[in-house]
Every structure is written in C-alpha cells, then in structure tokens.
Design a protein around this ligand. Structure first.
Ligand SMILES: [Ca+2]
Length: 412
C-alpha cells in the first residue's frame, strides 16, 4: 500500500475530515491526515510537568437536578440503580455520598454548582492552562463513569449508528491512496521494544484496518470480556451522537475540570496530594519506562474496567487516567485569557498554532483526564488541570467520553 502524501493543495473537506493515520506503517510519515492526528497525540501524550493550582471556593448547596421524589425514582429506574432508595427532600449531598458508594456504570451523580479557579500556575505547568481564572458554574449531573462498551453497544443496537472509524474514508481526504487501499481504520499504539527517544513518538502509532469500538485491535478482535471497559475509537461526533440519544450532552471543559477536583482545594491529583496514598495506585496510568515498558503496577495495561479505582470526592470514577474524555468545547490554547466567568462555553472556534507543520485551523475539541499512557515521568496531563485536544474526526484507542446533563432528568 502506498502511503499518504501531503497534497499540494489541501481539499476544503480535509480540514473537516479524519483524522487519520496512513493505512500502513510504511506510509509517508509526512502525510497530511496522519500528521493531523498525530499532532494531537503528541500534545495529548507529551505533556510537560508541573503541579496544578486549583482553588475550589464555597460550593453552593443547590437543589439537585431531580427536585422531588418522583423524578428521583424515575432517574433510578432509568439507571438501574435499584439499590438506592432516597426519600423526599434528599439533599444533593446525600445523593453524592450515596453515589460515591456505588459502582454502577449506569449511574449519574449530582455535581453542585460553585465557584473555583480554573487552570494552574505552577512553574512547570502547561502554557495552555494559564492563566488561573475564576469560574462560576451551575450544578449539573455527570456520569459516574466513562461510557462503557456495553452502554455504547445498546446505543448502536437501538439506533443502527455507525461510527466514523467504521465508515468508508472519503477519497477526497486521502488523495494519494488508491480506492482499493482506502478502507475503514483506526489507530493502535505499538510501543517500541526497547528504550527509544521521545521524538520517535509518531512511529508508535499505526493505522489498523477494521479497528473500531467493537474491534479495538482490528477486525479479528472484539470487546467480549471488556463490556465494562470504556468505549474507545470514538471521535467527537460519535460521542455527541451517543449523548443526544441518551438525553445528555458532553461536559464543557470547565464542568469537567470542576468535577474532576471532587471538591478538593489546590490538590495535585484528583484524590489529593500524594501519588500513592497507602502505597496504592489511584488511577490507571503507566508505570515503568515509557513507552517501551509498562510494568502495570496498577494492575492494568491498556484500558481498565470503569470504576476499578476509588472515586473522587463527588463520586466520579477515572477522572484521571484510563482514557481521555471528549469535552464539548472547541480547543484554543489562549482561551483562558478571555473566557467569561459564568458557565464558560468554550471559544467560538478552534485555532491552534502550537503544532509545527499542522494547519492551525483544523477543528479540534478539548479532551481531558489523560489515559493509561500517562505517567508522572512523561505525560502528566492526567492531572486535573491538564488539557488535551483532538481533531474532531479522529478516533483513538485511548480516547473515550462521559456525559453530563443539566437540571432535567436524563433519559438513560
Ligand atoms: Ca496501567
């Protein structure tokens, strides 16, 4: 198979289209589509270092989303939380504390509104997480876990939805690949077998024909036995489609960061200041020498079943590590300097000139939380203020999502 080559004139749709990787490892490393996706990967993976400064101020004891017994019961039925029985007048704090004791992936928890300082200013922090700025948010519901394969399968079964990775690529987006060679595909992380310079990162990712959410390693694979793992190989529009079906939406970046902190004030991790309290890992990240040796001290190489680690203070699982999570916002590295204080929706469009050789106008959305490929010695963007980004048509094996809902009871 011939590789993708950079076209002299970029088709208009190229900026809207995938994503993507060349279709063979031998493909031209300078291919436009490949560089689009890999540039995002580099940012997602190659974070700098630094602690976060996050300041949670005076959360408000607002009324919960379901305002009465009737709605709460419906919410429980919808989410199969049959073990929960909440009387009329239950405060949001009770919902949160109740939720924190459960590990039902169908469940949502109420995140109380409040004011906090978003971003971080540590000397080793990421430039796009500055300046720290005060943000005020209304309360909202949030999925306790990342959306699982089982949940996504239900969505697909009911709707017939076909993800972007399963669709035939548009030849106009891959002008240097023959029609015969152009097949649906997604990406696979292939670590080197020995120590290697970080600059070779692009070589660690390979396109895999047939790879998609239900066949993560290619056509011969499946998610059997991984029903409770987070769904991956979903691009931004796939996540949005699921959210609409579920009567929910993707979180704004501000909502995501606020929720990730779980009510803690200026802590380095979503669980506190200590990496391994009691000697126990608190998230599915990478241990060992990245990228060639994962000792999986935390028990997992690759994705872990959702809720395999303790929840944060709001009862949310895996807000650090496991998989990156799509947010609703367009990505701009300079947004924090101009964002509104109240419920910031993100910028009107994306613009990112920080990636050398990549069109700065490529449509990118925010990703948060880091993944199983993050570590304290390499990509620490799994810390609560760390920002990630991805081209909207790109699907990856370490990117998933979770949903939120405003004050109304979500459908599912
Ligand atoms: Ca791990």
């Amino acid at each position: 198979m011939k590789g993708l080559r950079k076209s002299g004139k970029r088709p208009a749709r190229m900026q809207q289209q995938p994503a993507a990787l060349a279709l063979s490892p031998a493909s031209a490393p300078g291919g436009v589509a490949r560089r689009v996706l890999l540039a995002g990967l580099i940012v997602a993976l190659a974070g700098g270092a630094g602690a976060l400064a996050f300041h949670l101020l005076s959360p408000k004891n607002e009324a919960p989303g379901p305002p009465n017994k009737e709605v709460v019961r419906d919410w429980q039925v919808d989410h199969l939380v049959t073990t929960v029985s909440l009387p009329t007048g239950t405060a949001w704090t009770d919902l949160v504390s109740t939720g924190a004791r459960l590990a039902n992936p169908e469940r949502m928890v109420w995140i109380p509104g409040g004011t906090f300082f978003m971003g971080e200013s540590h000397e080793r922090s990421f430039g796009d997480a500055r300046p720290v700025h005060e943000v005020e948010l209304d309360g909202f519901w949030m999925d306790a876990t990342e959306v699982t394969n089982a949940q996504f399968a239900r969505f697909v079964t009911e709707t017939g939805y076909v993800t972007v990775a399963e669709q035939q690529p548009d030849p106009r987006d891959f002008p240097d690949v023959s029609r015969e060679e152009l097949v649906p595909f997604s990406a696979k992380f292939v670590p080197p077998s020995r120590e290697t310079p970080i600059r070779t990162l692009r070589e660690w990712w390979q396109p895999v024909p047939g790879a998609c959410w239900h066949a993560p390693e290619g056509a011969a694979s499946s998610v059997k036995g991984r029903e409770n793992h987070p769904v991956v190989h979903v691009c931004w529009e796939d996540a949005v489609a699921y959210a609409k079906w579920a009567g929910k939406r993707l979180p704004t970046e501000a909502e995501w960061e606020y929720a990730a902190r779980g009510g803690l004030d200026r802590k380095r991790y979503v669980w506190g200041d200590e990496l391994k309290p009691g000697g126990k890992w608190q998230a599915n990240i990478w241990q060992g020498d990245f990228p060639y040796q994962d000792t999986k001290e935390d028990g997992f190489h690759g994705t872990a079943p959702v809720a395999s680690f303790p929840p944060n203070g709001f009862g949310l699982y895996d807000m650090a590590g496991n998989v990156w999570e799509w947010c609703a916002d367009w990505y701009r590295p300079d947004y924090y300097a101009n964002s509104p204080k109240k419920n910031p929706p993100g910028p009107a469009s994306s613009y990112d000139a920080s990636e050398v050789g990549v069109n700065p106008y490529l449509p990118k959305r925010v990703q948060r939380g880091g993944s199983f490929l993050c570590s304290d010695v390499y990509c620490i963007r799994y810390l609560p203020g760390g920002r990630g980004k991805g081209e909207v048509k790109s699907s990856m094996p370490h990117v998933g999502f979770r949903c939120v809902a405003s004050n109304s009871s979500p459908k599912r």
